[in-house]
Design a protein around this ligand. Structure first.
Ligand SMILES: Cc1cc2nc3c(=O)[nH]c(=O)nc-3n(C[C@H](O)[C@H](O)[C@H](O)COP(=O)(O)OP(=O)(O)OC[C@H]3O[C@@H](n4cnc5c(N)ncnc54)[C@H](O)[C@@H]3O)c2cc1C
Length: 496
């Protein structure tokens, strides 16, 4: 986009999540006058932080992948990511702990990793390499197509070149079956089956194309941001302000105003009207129709409970001692993974025996905890709930999480915990206006849900655009920023 074409035109972004900030920065850099209206008291949406007693917690993402996507955004604003934040690659990627006592580190050093695989099941070395090759080809296919373009865009030369990767026999099947076809070891199967949860989905119901996720993490690494991932939000907010963006917090939009199928602006809950040439919805796509006064455009089932991706049950614990031997990331697997997903998606209840993920950023980044202490982010998958989460469930969920940790050899930290906070699906729903507390919009079960997410440009109202994890191409921090790039490109093309 050239600044001269758009200079002075007005855009309002509904929501100051990562997607909203990404669009705001990109639009402002090309001359738009941008206002962001965030209903919550802080910017960042699900990428947020909580600080107390010298402990600095990220309350959402604990790992970023595809760091170049973040760099591109800062560059689009005439800056550089490295001037603002320091990224460190987490090595090894994670420790995995299983119910039968098996434990190993997943390292990005290929010789070391193949040695570990050989000890589990020698024939799986070849399976691992083949599985990565499948992910690599899927990434080559999607990198300049699905991940960079609106679904209906005509293909360009680069996307046509990517089509040579299309004859991927395995990619058309079911994710879990594909994992099982590559690995004999039950431990490796379990470990690779966990990746669809990165988009809030079940390995037993997603297409095998999600094999691109473990490939991206292995090939390009998992990254931590020094001082916590929220530093990215703080830097983006600073960058946005520097470009003249007005950032409003505690400003809930209650209606998108439109006339003759063209946006006119937004109205806030306190009655204030803000006129705009373009409106970008960063809140969950299931809420767009409601803001339009019932005019539908995003398709049916968006808000249905059965279509929602996973929510989470998160404990933030500030512990006044070191936990020796603990890695930055550790996963403690439940005994029966299939039963866990059946309870999450069929029965829509918190699992009897949850798989528990522990992130301890203080293991590698001393700035996140007081000296001699640990900052712990403990998370289990939870169902997105139709009814508000009954807070009486919280103690029971906590007990199950600690039982799993204890079985996995995690020490009892209760008496040393000096700061604690709990996030339930109910709190995710309330604080981010995310239906059911779902973290990634709709789940990616089946082809339609995985690849046909609501569009970045609203099909029925001119000047209305959408961005974020519930929109094409999907959830997770780098994907949300790709969504912001696609949305801004569309605005550039259609709003001249
Ligand atoms: C616990 C947890 C762990 C995660 N782990 C990872 C991870 O390790 N790696 C990773 O890459 N991703 C992870 N994610 C996912 C990632 O955080 C999200 O995909 C991403 O931050 C979503 O950004 P967004 O802009 O799409 O939406 P959001 O962050 O939901 O932002 C939307 C904003 O819109 C606001 N809003 C909605 N409606 C209105 C309205 N009417 N008026 C005004 N404002 C409104 C909301 O308050 C919200 O702030 C995790 C998320 C959570 C919650």
């Amino acid at each position: 986009m050239r600044a001269s074409v758009h200079a002075g035109r007005r855009a309002v972004v509904i929501g100051g999540g990562l997607g909203g900030l990404g669009v705001a920065v990109r639009l402002a850099a090309s001359g738009w006058r941008v206002r962001v209206c965030e209903q919550g008291p802080r910017l960042g949406g699900k990428m947020n932080a909580f600080e107390r007693g010298g402990f600095r917690f990220d309350t959402g993402p604990s790992l970023i992948t595809m760091p170049w996507v973040f760099e591109e955004l800062f560059e689009a604003a005439g800056s550089s990511l490295h001037e603002h934040v320091r990224l460190t690659q987490v090595r090894p990627l994670a420790d995995y702990v299983f119910d039968d006592g098996t434990r190993f580190a997943y390292t990005t050093s290929l010789p070391e990793w193949l040695k570990a695989v050989r000890q589990l099941e020698p024939r799986d070395c070849e399976g691992f390499l083949k599985f990565m090759r499948l992910g690599a080809r899927l990434f080559a296919l999607s990198r300049e197509t699905f991940l960079r373009r609106a679904p209906a865009s005509p293909p360009d030369l680069r996307s046509l070149k990517a089509l040579r990767h299309l004859p991927l026999r395995r990619a058309w099947g079911n994710y879990h079956s594909t994992v099982a076809a590559h690995f004999r070891s039950p431990h490796l199967r379990r470990m690779f089956d966990r990746y669809p949860t990165y988009v809030g989905s079940s390995p037993y119901r997603t297409p095998a194309t999600l094999a691109v996720i473990p490939y991206i993490e292995y090939a390009y690494g998992g990254w931590h941001v020094e001082g916590g991932l929220y530093r990215i939000v703080e830097s983006l907010a600073g960058l946005a302000r520097g470009l003249g963006v007005t950032l409003h917090t505690s400003a809930r939009v209650k209606a998108i105003e439109h006339e003759n199928r063209r946006v006119r602006g937004v109205r806030l809950a306190d009655g204030t009207g803000i006129a705009a040439d373009v409106v970008v919805m960063n809140g969950d796509a299931a809420l767009t129709d409601e803001l339009l006064g019932g005019l539908s455009g995003n398709g049916h089932g968006m808000g249905a409970q059965s279509e929602r991706s996973l929510s989470g049950f998160v404990l933030l614990l500030g512990v006044k001692r070191r936990i020796e031997g603990l890695r930055h990331h550790t996963v403690y697997f439940s005994e029966d993974y299939r039963a866990e997903f059946s309870q999450l998606f069929d029965e829509r209840r918190f699992p009897d025996d949850p798989t528990v993920y522990v992130c301890a950023p203080s293991r590698t980044d001393a700035s996140t905890a007081p000296e001699g202490c640990e900052t712990l982010f403990v998370m289990a998958n939870a169902p997105a709930a139709a009814a508000p989460w009954d807070e009486r469930q919280t103690d029971e969920a906590k007990a199950r999480v600690f039982e799993r940790l204890s079985k996995g050899g995690f020490p009892d930290v209760e008496s040393d915990t000096v700061v604690s906070d709990v996030w339930t699906p109910g709190r995710f729903a309330r604080d981010y206006l995310s239906p059911g507390g779902a973290i990634y919009g709709t789940h990616s079960h089946g082809w339609r849900r995985a690849f046909l997410r609501p569009p970045n440009r609203h099909p029925r109202v001119g000047g209305l655009y959408q961005v974020g994890g519930s929109i094409h191409p999907g959830g997770g921090t780098p994907t949300v920023l790709l969504s912001a790039q696609i949305t801004t490109d569309l605005i550039g093309r259609h709003e001249r």
